[in-house]
Ligand binder design. Structure first.
Ligand code: AHG
Ligand code: MN
Ligand code: MN
Length: 338
């Protein structure tokens, strides 16, 4: 029988062999994983613990907050505030950055998260997840406000997500490939189940919310119409489409068997550069996708190179199998250049 490797052992080995992760970062990742385990239990209980439905308020994004959005947010804050490994946290569900309370020591890392991604799926029992990104506190930072977080995604030291699906799976990168761990509910431990996730360069599967077609800009219409034309069109093969409407689930499928995931900017509100948030959705997913051999752009440039201006800024997202991301990005560039 194959010996099972736990998340702790995986991280200790990364620390020892490659000197990749300092002990503080290892602690941070284990605490995040523990919080995800708690969130998974809450998601799993659902209606039995009266956890479905809305709280009755809107978050800073103008979206209805679900009970589980709030529980997931509080679980991550509580789990991470006392360990001494963090300087501050930021979340989709909080307008401002959260500095570690004075009664606890402060560390040199910053944690950003989308506590519950795809939360509109909660009430219909479809997969949701948690997405997180870890940055270092910039040297010489004096104030722990929003500005310390505004670093390009290329500076992330770790990123990952947990997907609460038929199994609960944690997918992680510390900049040395991507590994997946499945939660063993009997022992309570995360067990390494995919040591290296790799996105095939070619794919015949894509994910986009096609109901927005009438709002899309021409490069997206061109790209999708070519896919839809299938084997009789310019691409010369048939494509299949899937859209869970939980980014974690769509990206997890893509990391598992390839594909391209898109949430473009569109003409619904030209002031918004897309729907997804750069700092705690696009950046961590882009880091994972690149580490798995794929590519991630906003239709113009590499997502990880974007210099953020605001904590909750939005961004267009094209990520997944390299050849498709390059093509849809090229269509955007061609369109811009007339
Ligand atoms: P969140 O639940 O954290 O607000 O994120 C929802 C996001 C993302 O998970 C998903 O890909 C997308 O919204 C779905 O958008 P549509 O409802 O427009 O399809
Ligand atoms: Mn989300
Ligand atoms: Mn969310």
């Amino acid at each position: 029988m194959m010996k099972s490797i736990s998340l702790t052992q995986y991280l200790v080995e990364k620390q020892r062999e490659k000197n990749l992760i300092p002990a503080e970062l290892r602690l941070l990742l284990e605490v995040v994983a523990r919080a995800c385990k708690r969130i998974s239990i809450a998601v799993n209980k659902g209606a039995l613990a009266d956890l479905l439905g809305d709280v009755g308020i809107e978050n800073v994004q103008g979206e209805a907050v679900k009970k589980l959005d709030m529980i997931a947010n509080e679980t991550l804050l509580e789990a991470n505030e006392w360990g001494g490994h963090l300087a501050a946290m930021a979340s989709e569900e909080m307008e401002h950055a959260y500095s570690i309370p004075h009664r606890y020591p402060k560390g040199e890392y910053l944690l950003l998260f989308d506590p519950l991604d795809g939360s509109s799926n909660i009430d219909v029992n479809v997969s949701t997840g948690t997405i997180f990104s870890v940055l270092r506190l910039p040297e010489g930072a004096t104030r722990l406000d929003e500005s310390v977080f505004l670093q390009p995604g290329s500076r992330q030291v770790a990123a990952g997500y947990a997907v609460y699906g038929p199994s609960t799976i944690l997918v992680l990168t510390v900049g040395d490939g991507v590994a997946a761990f499945t939660l063993d509910r009997e022992t309570g431990s995360w067990t390494l189940t995919v040591p290296r996730m790799e996105i095939p360069e070619q794919t015949s599967e894509y994910a986009i919310n096609a109901s927005n077609r009438r709002h899309w800009y021409p490069p997206v219409v061109r790209y999708i119409d070519e896919l839809l034309a299938g084997s009789t069109g310019p691409r010369g093969k048939d494509y299949n489409m899937r859209w869970v409407a939980s980014m974690v689930a769509d990206v997890h499928r893509m990391l598992s068997r390839g594909g391209v995931f898109m949430y473009p900017a569109d003409a619904r509100d030209p002031s918004l550069p897309g729907k997804l948030r750069l700092m705690y959705e696009a950046n961590p997913m882009a880091f994972l996708v690149e580490q798995a051999g794929g590519a991630a752009t906003d239709g113009r440039q590499r997502i990880l190179d974007i210099e953020p201006k605001r904590l909750h800024q939005r961004v267009a997202v094209f990520l997944g199998s390299r050849s498709e991301v390059e093509r849809v990005t090229a269509y955007h560039n061609e369109h811009r250049n007339g």
